[in-house]
Design a protein around this ligand. Structure first.
Ligand code: PLP
Length: 399
């Protein structure tokens, strides 16, 4: 895209693109300035006893990592591939956590100087002790806890319920004792990542309070020299009602109050979705509009193989319509006025749905749909190869 002094917008990209070509518009567009501003706002709102990490799996795009690197305190990684992606961006502190680790990943984490490794089970601990002894190193670990009681109002629960993540809270004392018997690991703290897409700020503060209390209890009970309480991520995006977002100000204020119980510990936040969701847009052209069984359907270039999240969660992706007045064909242009429409993709499956029966004022073939909040768990969680359609263009605004 041509660079000019003005701040670039998604609409500017669409207009430039439309005059260029025959192919239907289909792109992921990232507004890097929006990301930079958002990351700075988050960072500045947190008290000094907090460290802000970005959870790379939400979106590992190198352009995004480069924007975030100067602002965040580190990156949370969950595979050897993510370690490499971070290394390509620079020397940045890392926390490595994964529920099923391979020897090569633990070795990569040791070799690349990852700051802390999560321990998710007794097997995980044994494997680290074994590898650390071979390499004559001491691995700094965070023990990932699966709490005994759940965290209300969250979408994907990973703690307080039976799940594959972490060490059962009841087994934590045994695991601590085992770790304390060896010179090859050093317990640096506890890790509590427990949920995904929590929209309730007050509930999240209560969760953090629980994390601090538990950590301090074990710190005292076992006379641990720990410094970290890692609360993971899980801050939500309100895809259903974007006008009522997670109340970050209330959350930050609540965290600030917890300064009185945090003692000498540092609170680590590993924010994924909330960091990058809003800087990403999936932009695509309407190919057809039709009526079947008294319902309207709009079909677009692309679909769930580019943006799987709404299909996975059976929800409607928030969107806005970019109207296009020109119509390049000699035949009638299909469209709807003031109707409820389902927006589907180009795949041959009824699951390829991005929006379910939302009302629109007007939607016509040739218009362009800008799907919003598509910067996290979007492109990378999608099944790109299904049906062998071309991939979307990747566009970065305001580099
Ligand atoms: C996925 C994940 C995160 C980020 O979660 P979000 O819900 O995207 O904020 C943080 N920590 C761990 C361990 C994770 O697995």
């Amino acid at each position: 895209m041509a660079t000019n002094a003005k701040r670039q917008t998604v609409e500017m990209y669409i207009e430039e693109k439309r005059v260029q070509g025959e192919e239907p518009v289909c792109a992921y567009v990232y507004d890097l300035e929006k990301l930079r501003d958002h990351a700075n706002t988050i960072k500045e709102s947190l008290p000094d006893f907090c460290k802000l990490y970005y959870a790379v799996k939400a979106n590992p795009d190198q352009h995004l990592l480069e924007v975030l690197a100067p602002t965040v305190d580190g990156f949370e990684v969950a595979s050897e591939g993510e370690i490499h992606k971070v290394n390509e961006v620079g020397q940045i502190p890392m926390i490595f956590g994964a529920p099923a680790k391979k020897d090569c990943e633990i070795e990569a984490a040791i070799r690349d100087g990852v700051g802390y490794l999560n321990v998710e089970s007794f097997q995980d601990l044994n494997r680290m002790l074994y590898l650390a002894e071979q390499k004559q190193v001491k691995i700094p670990i965070l023990i990932r806890v699966n709490l005994s009681s759940d965290v209300p109002d969250s979408h994907h629960m990973m703690s307080g319920v039976p799940s594959q993540f972490g060490v059962d809270e009841a087994d934590i004392p045994d695991l601590i004792e085992k770790a304390l018997q060896s010179d090859h690991v050093k317990i640096e703290g506890f890790h509590f990542h427990a949920m995904s897409n929590n929209l309730n700020a007050k509930a999240h503060v209560r969760f953090v309070e629980t994390c601090i209390e538990k950590s301090r209890k074990w710190q005292e009970q076992f006379k641990l020299e720990i410094s970290v309480v890692d609360i993971g991520g899980g801050i939500g995006i309100n895809y259903w009602n974007p006008g009522e977002p997670f109340d970050w100000a209330t959350f930050a204020e609540g965290i600030d109050h917890l300064g009185k119980i945090v003692g000498n510990l540092t609170l680590v936040l590993e924010i994924g979705r909330y960091m990058t969701a809003e800087c990403g847009f999936y932009v695509t052209e309407v190919l057809d509009v039709k009526k079947n069984h008294d319902q309207y359907f709009s079909l677009v270039r692309g679909g769930s193989h580019h943006l799987r999240l709404p299909a996975a969660w059976k929800m409607s992706q928030p969107f806005r319509i970019h109207p296009v007045e020109e119509w390049r064909y000699p035949f009638e242009r299909p469209g709807v006025l003031n109707a409820e429409v389902t927006i589907a993709g180009e795949l041959c499956t009824p699951n390829d749905v991005l929006v379910r029966q939302n009302s629109v004022k007007q939607l016509r073939a040739g218009d362009i749909i800008i799907f919003e909040m598509a910067g996290a768990y979007a492109w990378t969680i999608s099944h790109h190869d299904f049906l062998s359609h071309p991939q979307p263009e990747m566009v970065y605004l305001n580099k």
